[in-house]
Design a protein. Structure first.
Ligand code: ATP
Ligand code: ATP
Ligand code: MG
Ligand code: MG
Lengths: 271, 294
């Protein structure tokens, strides 16, 4: 039997802060198949980034099991796991060391994971930048001399530098203009095919989800409320929260407004 | 009088290998109570324009600036650093693109909110600040404002931090609000709620808004007028409806074609950047820049 690449079984996470308990993730189970792009959408504060952090081993789950290729992931990850599972963080500024140039940050990722011949690595950093649509000479700049969207692309380039298998992308294109976004999404789609990558794609942008994801998981208040193939979730959502979400998407064309209108009426009919 | 008027603004950054020119003569204005969007390419100069208006780049040694920036009729370059500082956080406020650049990781939210309120009301104590902050956070749909106030930024989600910043930026009833990508980490229902809140603020206090966003759907719903910027130049300007229905500049057209559709037609095919994107500014009838006594 083949295992899903990643599987979460009855995973919960409770935080304690200021004498209070916060149930950030509440009994969540789902699988991600190899080569799949699963989008994770939902309420702000519903536990999406927390799930990403647990998959990366940044902190452990309170309950449940997270398995990679059929084997439970240990609390402390070895180098092979750290390479196989990469994260593009929601906040590109905080994920890049402000004292290191962009080139040095990329170089470090290549060095740590021993990617490629030593002699070719400096040049490779330039290629990585060009792949995400940035000039190679950005290597010499510190993160502060880049715009928000430029930093976001550096974070993507760094995750792609390593020969990873699963990439967790937390809002990877929210700071990009739609032209650059389309280019980055194409790049991600191409790499998924050529390298057989698997994506867990966390985003609030439902229009992006509609066009890149195989399946969608919808979260509300720490719970998984709906999961299914993208087209059916968008055209015939079964959960009230999903309907509310889709009918609130800001749109630019008439056809989109019509779809939204239909879902709003459905939502009212179900209410 | 316009709340903000920018004329022929240029900006360069000096480095070892010469100066990088970033803004090539930007002009724009925002009237009282007007919601104006600035949209365009990543790296085209939106955030630096906002930082110049706030007076944050003027004192950097590496910047080369020219042109006029006028706030409520006062030429910013004629103000002292102290006077510019006094405007920030009171009459002008900003929601930054990156929460880490405006929320301090080592203080709880309440302490930071208290600081913000004290800028306009030096006598306010912690109890008073707490009451006002709780109300302000509830307005941006934070479900447990008291927990949020006792948390450090890392204990809140991306969208919660963004809402904290929005609440702080509105707290002192500024006459100019600069919102740089205010909704990127918000789900669409919360985003709609925060846009409603900003709209109410505009109506109640005549606040002017400079709204920077890559989300063209949101811009279409929120803004009265739009400026499209490409590589440090204004490509097109006009009223929102006209710009979306009749985009005239090649760059604006390319941008609108690249928006992914919720009806699902795949990722849009993108053509390579064209020299036509440098074509002169398209101005929709009746929407040019005012002639001032400059
Ligand atoms: N380190 C922490 N300590 C305490 N509470 C936390 C911590 N990290 C997250 N939380 C809480 O857990 C909940 C879920 O947060 P999470 O960041 O996973 O949300 P999210 O779905 O990613 O939201 P967004 O879309 O706004 O980024 C929130 O209520 C948040 O305040
Ligand atoms: N300190 C600096 N030194 C050199 N160049 C800089 C510096 N700060 C910004 N830049 C450059 O200035 C240009 C404009 O940056 P800005 O942050 O205004 O872009 P933006 O339009 O806000 O883009 P985004 O949508 O990606 O946030 C970018 O190309 C950036 O690389
Ligand atoms: Mg998050
Ligand atoms: Mg910016």
């Amino acid at each position: 039997m083949t295992h899903p690449l990643l599987s979460l079984r009855a995973v919960s996470k409770t935080f304690h802060s200021g004498g209070r308990e916060v149930k950030a993730v509440d009994n969540v189970s789902f699988d991600v198949a190899e080569g799949e792009c699963l989008a994770v959408v939902g309420e702000s504060g519903s536990g999406k980034s927390t799930i990403a952090n647990m998959i990366l081993g940044i902190y452990p789950q309170t309950l449940g099991e997270i398995a990679f290729k059929g084997a439970a992931l240990p609390g402390r990850r070895d180098l092979a796991h750290r390479r196989a599972i990469q994260l593009v963080q929601q906040n590109p500024l905080s994920s890049l060391n402000p004292r290191r140039t962009i080139g040095a940050s990329l170089r470090l990722a290549l060095d740590v994971h021993g990617i490629g011949e030593k002699a070719g690595r400096a040049e490779r950093t330039g290629q990585l930048l060009e792949e995400v649509g940035l000039p190679a000479d950005f290597r010499t700049r510190p993160p502060a001399a880049l715009s928000g969207g430029q930093r976001q692309r550096v974070a993507i380039a760094r995750a792609l530098a390593c020969q990873s298998e699963l990439v967790v992308l937390d809002e990877p294109t929210s700071a990009l203009d739609v032209l650059v976004q389309a280019r980055v999404l194409k790049l991600l789609a191409d790499l998924r095919k050529s390298r057989g990558l698997t994506y867990l794609f966390i985003t609030h942008d439902l229009s992006v989800v509609r066009n890149i994801a195989d399946r969608v998981a919808v979260f509300e208040k720490g719970r998984l409320v709906e999961i299914g193939p993208t087209a059916s979730v968008f055209e015939a959502p079964t959960h009230a929260y999903t309907r509310r979400l889709i009918s609130a998407v800001p749109v630019v064309t008439v056809a989109e407004a019509a779809l939204r209108q239909r879902l709003t009426e459905d939502a009212d009919a179900h209410a | 009088m316009n709340t903000l008027r920018i004329r022929d603004l240029t900006l360069g950054f000096k480095g070892w290998s010469g100066t990088v020119e970033v803004l090539h003569g930007i002009s724009l204005h925002i009237g009282r109570g007007e919601r104006v969007a600035l949209v365009g390419e990543s790296g085209s100069g939106k955030s630096v324009t906002a930082r110049i208006v706030l007076g944050l780049l003027q004192s950097l040694r590496s910047t080369r600036l020219s042109g006029l920036v006028e706030f409520e009729g006062r030429d910013l370059s004629k103000l002292s650093e102290r006077e510019r500082h006094a405007l920030r956080g009171t009459k002008m406020s900003m929601i930054f693109q990156d929460p880490t650049s405006s929320l301090n990781p080592v203080y709880p939210i309440l302490t930071q909110f208290h600081e913000v309120l004290r800028r306009a009301d030096p006598a306010i104590n912690l109890t008073g600040a707490r009451a006002r902050a709780e109300k302000a956070l509830a307005d941006v749909s934070i479900t447990d404002p008291s927990r949020a106030l006792d948390s450090y930024p890392f204990q809140l989600s991306g969208g919660m931090n963004q809402r904290v910043m929005i609440a702080m930026a509105l707290a002192n009833d500024p006459s100019l609000l600069i919102a740089d990508e205010p909704g990127t980490a918000l789900d669409v229902t919360v985003q709609a709620q925060t846009l409603r809140l900003m709209r109410e603020q505009v109506e109640r206090h005549g606040t002017s808004v400079l709204f920077i966003s890559h989300n063209l759907g949101v811009v279409r719903e929120f803004a009265d007028r739009v400026y499209v910027i490409y590589k440090g130049r204004i490509a097109e300007q006009g009223p929102t409806a006209a710009l979306f229905e009749d985009p005239r500049h090649p760059y604006t057209r390319a941008l609108l074609d690249a928006v992914p559709r919720i009806t699902g037609d795949g990722i849009p095919e993108i053509e390579d950047a064209s020299d036509a994107y440098f074509a002169p500014t398209e101005v929709h009838e009746g929407y040019g820049e005012p002639e001032g006594a400059a």
